[in-house]
Design a protein around this ligand. Structure first.
Ligand SMILES: *Cc1c(COP(=O)(O)O)cnc(C)c1O
Length: 344
């Protein structure tokens, strides 16, 4: 049964992908790294492939291996970490396309897998992955002679529309790639929303597919319901949870539910989040523990069988706000104990 029921709306993911592709007016390759942001790479990628997606991004060759088994031979699978030591076999056998990030990776790739497709990631100021301009200048001729399938870069501040870094990176990307006659990609979800200048030939939406900000037009994708294990009554002044961190301000009825910080309901949510019974908010009380959360259900007329953590009354981003983090981290922290169901 698992600790809770995590329901994932595949049609909403497909609709979000179509909406972003439509906005971008370019090829939109879903980013399904980290198990499709925790939502299940197999079902998510199959639904997108069925809807027409032909290119996908993963972070690591290992994830590409999983994805190739899920999708079969057709779609192109691109690996953002490039060609790391030990990757050659997986890249070759699963026909994965690495985005080469450094001169070392380019050398490794051309030596171990000549004639195997690749792209190049360029660093335009984020200083995370990719070749800097001087490195690119030194190897561009060799790289271009092998027909790379893509030149890409990544924006550091795309979720801040007015940040001057966006225009700076756009300009540098133009200078590094104009006139080279290779398909280009700069935008993830945030970049797509910055405007047509940022969209180039291919966009790489991740979080927007899964219903998260900054794509505020996204259809919601996730609902999460947690079963109640036990219910009890407290007198005013009694305490609950680790450290006696909560004291009943009135006679109270408490429900203990079957999920905790090991299931992505971060400990920083303690005292800061509601679980929902229909439209009635029920505040979590005491500290979130590893497997359990205590909830004040005094205001409910009947004991609930389960309470909802993510749904129409509380989005992933609202939950993230309460925890002091971002929607990406909430989704990828959900863990493996929930019973997942993928609605077609
Ligand atoms: C994760 C990632 C993406 C997707 O980003 P979102 O903000 O989730 O849309 C795109 N490109 C690169 C290089 C990434 O690392």
């Amino acid at each position: 049964m698992g600790t809770g029921r995590l329901s994932i709306d595949l049609q909403a993911i497909v609709a979000n992908w179509r909406a972003l592709a439509n906005l971008a007016q370019s090829d939109a390759a879903p980013v399904v790294k980290a198990d499709a942001y925790g939502l299940g790479i197999g079902p998510v990628a199959r639904a997108l492939a069925q809807a027409g997606a032909r290119k996908f991004f993963v972070a690591y060759a290992e994830e590409g291996f999983t994805l190739r088994r899920a999708l079969g031979p057709g779609p192109e699978i691109m690996v953002l970490s490039g060609h790391m030591a030990g990757d050659a076999r997986a890249l070759a056998e699963c026909r994965l396309t690495p985005m080469l990030n450094s001169v070392d990776q380019l050398t490794r790739h051309l030596e171990s897998l000549p004639d195997h497709p690749f792209g190049v990631q360029l660093d335009t100021g984020m200083n995370r992955l990719g070749m800097e301009w001087s490195e690119w200048a030194a190897v561009a001729e060799i790289a271009l002679s092998q027909n790379p399938v893509l030149l890409m870069s990544h924006l550091a501040c795309a979720d801040e529309t007015d940040h001057p870094m966006n225009a700076y990176q756009l300009d540098l990307f133009h200078q590094m790639t104009d006139g080279l006659n290779v398909p280009r990609s700069l935008a993830a979800t945030g970049g797509i929303l910055l405007g047509s200048d940022y969209r180039f030939d291919l966009v790489r939406p991740g979080i927007g597919l899964y219903g998260g900000l900054p794509f505020d037009q996204a259809q919601p994708v996730v609902t999460l319901d947690i079963p109640v294990i036990q219910v009890r009554d407290l007198q005013e002044g009694e305490v609950a949870g680790y450290g006696n961190a909560w004291q009943a301000p009135r006679p109270s009825r408490l429900a203990t539910v079957a999920a905790g910080y090991a299931d992505g309901l971060l400990r920083s949510l303690s005292h800061r989040v509601n679980l929902w019974h229909g439209d009635v908010p029920c505040p979590a009380v005491g500290r979130v523990s590893m497997d359990l959360i205590i909830v004040d259900i005094t205001d409910l007329s009947d004991d609930p069988e389960s309470l909802r953590v993510i749904g129409p009354n509380q989005t992933v981003d609202q939950l993230a706000d309460a925890a002091g983090t971002i929607g990406y981290e909430v989704l990828t922290s959900l863990g493996t104990r929930y019973a997942r169901s993928h609605r077609e």
